[in-house]
Design a binder for this molecule. Structure first.
Ligand SMILES: *Cc1c(COP(=O)(O)O)cnc(C)c1O
Length: 434
C-alpha cells in the first residue's frame, strides 16, 4: 500500500453512519427503513460516480427524502379558523379517538348481532343528541358535499330558488352557484344583491321548485340599505327550505350573535340544515346534514351519498368532538385577553433575558374563513422586527404570525398555552442582531 491519494470512493460515508444522522434517523420512523436506505444508497452511488463530493452525500440524501405529509405549524396569526392551516385543530379527545380508530373498528357492524349496521352510528347518534330539533342527521365529507348532495337528491333537473345576495364564493375560486349547477339543478335567482323580500321568493315558486336555499354569508358582510328574508318567513312558503349555515354552530353562542346555529335554524322552520364540521364546531372536516327525517333518508339513499361517504377516522373524531365539546377552537374563541396578555409579557421577559427585544402590543384576532366576519376578538401579541417572519415560517416547527406595518405580530390566542416555550425557542433560533 502506497501513500498516494485516497480513492474518493473510499471516503463516501457509510450507510450506518448516514442512518445515524438525526434527520435521516427520524425519517426511518415515518417512511420506513427500506425507503430511507434506498435514498441513502442512491446518494452514495452518485458520490461514487463523482457526481457528489463525499461531504455532500448526507445533504443530498436529506433533500431526496419524499415530501412528508402536512407539517404541524404554530398558528400565531390570530385567525382562529384558518383554512390554509387546516381550520379547526382537534381536541385531545378527538385526536385519541382518531388514533384508536385507525385499526379495525366496528364502523359498519353491529357487534351484538354480527350484522351490518348503519355506518358511523356513534357519530350520528352524538350529532342527533346534540341537536334534538333534528328529525334525523347524516354526515358527508365537507360542507360543500352536503350542499351538493341536497341539490342532487332534491333539485336535480329542477330549480333552487336563492337570493342574488347569497350567491357567494367560498374561497380559492369555488363559487356556490357553480357548485349547485354542477348537480344539474337550475338556479332561480331572486331579489338583488342588497335586498330580497319574501315576495321575491314567492313570485319565483312553481312546479319546478326543488327547494328554497338560504345561504349564510359566512365570509363577508353587506351593510347599508339591506333587507334579507329569514328562514322563519321562508318557511311559510310551503316548499322545503334548505339552510346552509356554514359554521357548524349547533347552539347559539352569545359571543357570536350573528352566527346562525343549527338548533335555532331548525326551530325557525328549515327542512334541512347543512354545515361544516371543522369550523366553529371545532371538529374534523365533515359536512353535517340535519333536519326532516324523510328528506335525510332520501339523501342518504341517493347513489351520490356513497361517493361522499365519510372516513372512519373522521367519524371517530367527530363523535369525540360532539361528546366533549371543549375544543381548542372554543378555547381560542373564548380566551381571556388578560390571560393572553400575561402569556405574551412572560414571553417578552424571557426573550429579553436572552437579549431579544420584543414588545407586547394589543391585537385584534378574528374568527376567520369559518364565520363571523364582523366579530373582532381583543387579543395580545408579541411584536418583533419583520425580518423574523420568514425564518420563523420556514423553521421547525414553523411559526406563523402576521406582518403589520413593518412588525411581525405573534398573537397567542390560537397558540396552545403549552406551546409558548416552543415559540420562545423558535424565536431564539433566528439569528439575532437587534
Ligand atoms: C364554509 C362554507 C361552505 C363550504 O364548506 P366546506 O366544509 O368548506 O366544504 C359552504 N357554505 C358556507 C356558508 C360556508 O361558510
Amino acid at each position: 500500500m502506497g501513500d498516494g491519494p485516497v480513492d474518493p470512493r473510499r471516503r463516501v460515508p457509510r450507510t450506518d453512519t448516514l442512518l445515524a444522522d438525526p434527520v435521516l434517523a427520524a425519517a426511518t420512523v415515518t417512511l420506513g427503513r427500506d425507503q430511507v436506505k434506498a435514498v441513502v444508497s442512491h446518494a452514495q452511488d452518485r458520490a461514487r460516480r463523482g457526481e457528489l463530493k463525499p461531504d455532500e452525500v448526507r445533504d443530498a440524501a436529506v433533500a431526496a427524502l419524499p415530501t412528508p405529509g402536512p407539517r404541524v405549524v404554530l398558528n400565531a396569526t390570530g385567525v382562529v379558523l384558518h383554512t390554509n392551516l387546516g381550520r379547526a385543530p382537534l381536541s385531545s379527545a378527538a385526536v385519541a379517538a382518531v388514533v384508536a380508530a385507525a385499526g379495525h373498528t366496528d364502523v359498519e357492524l353491529d357487534l351484538a348481532t354480527g350484522r351490518r349496521a348503519r355506518r358511523g352510528r356513534g357519530a350520528l347518534d352524538a350529532l342527533a343528541a346534540a341537536v334534538p330539533d333534528a328529525g334525523a342527521v347524516h354526515v358527508v365529507n365537507n360542507g360543500a358535499a352536503a350542499l351538493v348532495l341536497a341539490a342532487t337528491a332534491l333539485a336535480a333537473g329542477r330549480e333552487i330558488v336563492v337570493s342574488r345576495g347569497e350567491l357567494v364564493e367560498i374561497g380559492d375560486g369555488f363559487r356556490l352557484p357553480d357548485l349547485l349547477e354542477s348537480t344539474g339543478a337550475r338556479l332561480r335567482e331572486v331579489g338583488t344583491t342588497n335586498r330580497t323580500t319574501l315576495a321575491d321568493y314567492a313570485a319565483a315558486l312553481g312546479p319546478q321548485t326543488g327547494f328554497v336555499l338560504k345561504v349564510h354569508p359566512s365570509n363577508f358582510r353587506v351593510i347599508g340599505f339591506t333587507s334579507t328574508t329569514g328562514v322563519r318567513q321562508l318557511a311559510t312558503l310551503g316548499v322545503p327550505v334548505v339552510a346552509d349555515i356554514g359554521s357548524g354552530l349547533l347552539d347559539a353562542d352569545p359571543l357570536l350573535p350573528d352566527e346562525p346555529d343549527a338548533a335555532s335554524t331548525l326551530r325557525a322552520g328549515a327542512a334541512l340544515v347543512t354545515a361544516s364540521g371543522d369550523k366553529l364546531l371545532g371538529g374534523p372536516q365533515a359536512g353535517l346534514l340535519l333536519g326532516d327525517a324523510e328528506l335525510i333518508d332520501r339523501l342518504r339513499r341517493h347513489p351520490l351519498a356513497r361517493a361522499l361517504r365519510v372516513d372512519k377516522l373522521t367519524l371517530a373524531g367527530l363523535a369525540a368532538t360532539l361528546h366533549q365539546p371543549g375544543t381548542p377552537t372554543r378555547a381560542a374563541l373564548h380566551a381571556d385577553p388578560g390571560v393572553l396578555r400575561e402569556r405574551v409579557e412572560r414571553l417578552r421577559d424571557r426573550l429579553g433575558a436572552d437579549g431579544r427585544k420584543a414588545e407586547v402590543v394589543p391585537a385584534v384576532a378574528v374568527v376567520g374563513g369559518g364565520g363571523a366576519p364582523g366579530v373582532e376578538l381583543d387579543s395580545w401579541a408579541l411584536s418583533l422586527p419583520e425580518r423574523y417572519a420568514a425564518p420563523l415560517r420556514t423553521g421547525d416547527p414553523p411559526v406563523l404570525g402576521r406582518v403589520v406595518r413593518g412588525r411581525l405580530l405573534l398573537d397567542l390566542r390560537c397558540v396552545p398555552a403549552d406551546a409558548d416555550e416552543a415559540v420562545r425557542q423558535a424565536v431564539l433560533r433566528v439569528p439575532g442582531d437587534d
